[in-house]
Design a protein around this ligand. Structure first.
Ligand SMILES: Cc1ncc(COP(=O)(O)O)c(C=O)c1O
Length: 382
């Protein structure tokens, strides 16, 4: 089957957060992480069937939905999980917040490696924890977790480590050796690991995704894995995600705030997620081909046409971490916005405000091409 990722679909005037920000202004939004593509046809068809039923009462996660996740993790990563390890969540930012508050006491710390997806830095603070940050190391143009920096940052009150793998925003897929080092570090410091693996089905290089918890029973026993079909199948507005928690004690600690405060997964989210996992593989493969094309186009355009901007090779995700420090712009996000491109500023990711921008290339090639042309003109006009 052919899938069309090229057609530009007008999202203006819909309830899109990404597009609403620039209502009435000619700015191409390449910021928040959703894609300007239709969801897989199997997902749209499943939603139509559910909508046509006409009754939208309270939902329940059916055993078949757990079975879908169990099958998916086994087939995709060779990771055998049990149905009762799954805790459904209406979003993974919610999962980060629940994880931040579930372990230790107020005043304890969560270790994060920066730059990182902003809620990693905010969730602990919302849950009366502090964040200790270990900057990642940029070695030969590639970001790596810096074990020495992590050793320096960790404190006696650090109870938890938040990992993002594949990594938003630097696009890394951590290797088995890297993950083993992280697991050993967390074992040594007795840290509970929350491993956000929401981008795990968006690997662009020929590399496997290795769930950290699948490394060993010891790693599994201290890890909460956060996953969702939302990024991959472009259904984040439907709020369907889950945590996988093999250890029964950790699961009990994670669950109490969940009861009552956190709503159930939306019934349409379950339908969409289930259809995506069961019937979305052909679409996903086509998507990966398209995103690889966008990634390659972006990387070569930046290298060729945008002096002063560099980016590490994007191994996974549809997000690129642009280093714009050589441009010496006081506020690079505002600068490019004034020239018609809406990017995410680097400060929220724990970096210097003038140094980085995150660019979302999950869009038709024509949109990406136009945005890059605008950036080129912006730099030429300086
Ligand atoms: C690493 C990571 N975690 C979580 C999320 C958001 O998850 P949700 O929309 O389920 O809250 C994102 C969205 O970009 C993300 O990149």
């Amino acid at each position: 089957m052919n899938f069309d990722f090229d057609t530009v679909i007008d999202r203006r005037g819909t309830d899109s957060r990404k597009w609403h920000r620039y209502t009435g202004r000619d700015i191409i939004p390449l910021w928040v992480a959703d894609m300007d593509f239709l969801a897989p046809p199997a997902v749209v068809a499943a939603l139509h069937r559910r909508i046509d039923h006409g009754i939208y009462g309270y939902g329940v996660a059916l055993p078949k939905m757990n079975a879908t996740v169990v099958d998916y993790t086994q087939q995709r990563y060779g990771w055998k999980i049990e149905s009762e390890w799954i805790v459904w969540l209406p979003g993974l930012v919610c999962g980060l917040n629940v994880a931040a508050g579930a372990f230790g006491e107020p005043g304890d710390a969560v270790l994060c490696c920066t730059p990182v997806y902003p809620p990693f830095l905010k969730a602990p603070v919302f849950q009366q924890r502090t964040v200790v940050a270990a900057p990642m190391a940029l070695r030969n143009g590639r970001y790596e977790l810096d074990l020495a920096a992590m050793e320096c940052a960790v404190t006696p009150r650090t109870r938890a480590f938040f990992l993002c793998n594949p990594h938003n925003p630097v696009g890394r897929v951590f290797t088995r050796a890297e993950l083993e080092q992280v697991a050993a570090f967390c074992e040594r410091h007795n840290l509970i690991i929350t491993s956000d693996e929401i981008h795990c089905d968006l690997i662009l290089d020929d590399r496997p995704h290795i769930p950290l918890a699948s490394l060993s029973p010891a790693a599994a026993a201290r890890t909460i894995t956060l996953m969702a079909p939302s990024k991959t199948y472009n259904i984040p507005g439907l709020g369907c995600s889950y945590a996988i928690i093999p250890d029964a004690t950790l699961r009990r600690q994670f669950e109490p705030p969940y009861g009552g405060i956190v709503p159930d997964v939306n019934i349409l989210g379950h339908v969409a997620g289930d259809a995506a996992y069961r019937h979305g593989e052909e679409w996903r493969q086509a998507l990966l081909v398209y995103l690889r094309g966008n990634r390659d186009f972006l990387e070569s355009f930046v290298a060729r046409e945008l002096p002063g901007i560099t980016l590490p090779h994007v191994e996974a995700t549809y997000l690129a971490w642009l280093d714009v420090s050589a441009l010496h712009l006081e506020n690079p996000a505002e600068f490019f916005e004034q020239h018609g491109v809406g990017l995410s500023g680097g400060a929220a990711f724990g970096g210097a405000p003038s140094a980085h921008l995150r660019l979302n290339f999950g869009c038709p090639r024509a949109t990406l091409r136009e945005a890059l042309a605008r950036m080129l003109r912006a730099l030429a006009a300086r």
